[in-house]
Design a protein around this ligand. Structure first.
Ligand SMILES: Nc1ncnc2c1ncn2[C@@H]1O[C@H](COP(=O)(O)OP(=O)(O)OP(=O)(O)O)[C@@H](O)[C@H]1O
Length: 258
């Protein structure tokens, strides 16, 4: 396996009018790692995710994915190349069954049109998609709920299903946007297990933005800390937890929720 980073953010700046949301930011993400991006409210984490996943173009700087400059490449192109982002809010089809949501995700990996994804393709393709979807549901402990309407699922299961849909597209990298938000401790524990398992079993790289420090510290091997749009530091959970600059960044502000 190559030692080259799977993702590299190089001197990236993103301005919104006069506001500099991300300021000359550089960091890299190791292949097959679980990498956290943290920082107080307004630090620029979500904007950084949006830059990496193609929702925003950098004002300046470069983003490299698997060694290639993908700065400003469209989200759909990046997804087809294996870089997938999940959102804080759920983007599931609530009226579909649990299984159908994952089936739609399977078709996405084949580059099918939206209509083909909904209506399905020919029979063998459809059978393969269903088999794969059921295997993925198994992985997320959702197999028993396959035929339930998605709207009937509790929050923790909906978040797990969101990740199952992302996995259905065969990504190399998943960017998880606050995967533990609104979860109780048991749901968080299970979700952490899912994240570990998909990394281990699917040879995947996971990057996450998250305010739940216990989860971040327990899950991530490397953590990048941002403050005021800039890189504050990067290190192991232990290095981060003991660094006075990080403590100051969090404690020195009244408005942070982390
Ligand atoms: N589309 C936008 N237009 C204008 N300003 C924006 C936009 N998106 C973000 N910002 C600003 O950029 C800064 C960084 O915001 P961002 O959402 O990236 O921070 P964050 O670290 O994700 O915060 P939080 O933890 O609260 O989600 C903030 O000052 C925010 O108000």
């Amino acid at each position: 396996m190559s030692d080259a980073p799977i993702l590299e953010v190089r001197n990236v700046t993103r301005k919104f009018g006069g506001l500099i949301a991300v300021n000359n930011l550089s960091f890299s993400v190791r292949r097959n790692s679980i990498h956290g991006l943290i920082g107080p409210n307004g630090a620029g984490k979500t904007t950084t995710f949006s830059l990496i996943s193609g929702y925003y173009k950098p004002t300046s700087g470069q983003i490299l994915y698997d060694g290639q400059d993908v700065s400003g490449m469209r989200t759909s192109h990046l997804a087809r190349r294996g870089l997938i982002r999940t959102f804080q809010g759920t983007t599931l089809f609530q009226e579909f069954s649990v299984l159908d949501n994952v089936r739609v995700g399977c078709h996405r990996s084949a580059g099918a049109s939206f209509i083909a994804r909904i209506t399905g393709g020919d029979a063998p393709v459809e059978r393969a998609a269903e088999k794969k979807a059921r295997e993925i549901l198994e992985l997320f402990d959702l197999a028993a709920l396959a035929d339930e309407p998605t709207s009937s699922l509790p929050h923790g299961h909906q978040r797990a299903l969101g990740m199952a849909v992302a996995l259905a597209a065969d990504p190399a990298v998943i960017l998880l946007d606050e995967p533990f938000t609104g979860m109780n401790p048991e749901e968080t524990r299970r979700m952490m297990e899912h994240v570990r398992r998909i990394r281990d079993e699917h040879d995947m790289t996971i990057m996450l933005v998250e305010h739940d420090m216990q989860a971040v510290m327990g899950l991530c091997e490397r953590i990048t800390v941002m403050n005021f749009g800039q890189l504050l530091m990067e290190g192991t959970p232990q290095e981060i937890a003991n660094d006075p600059r990080v403590i100051e960044a969090y404690l020195g502000r009244d408005d942070d929720a982390a």
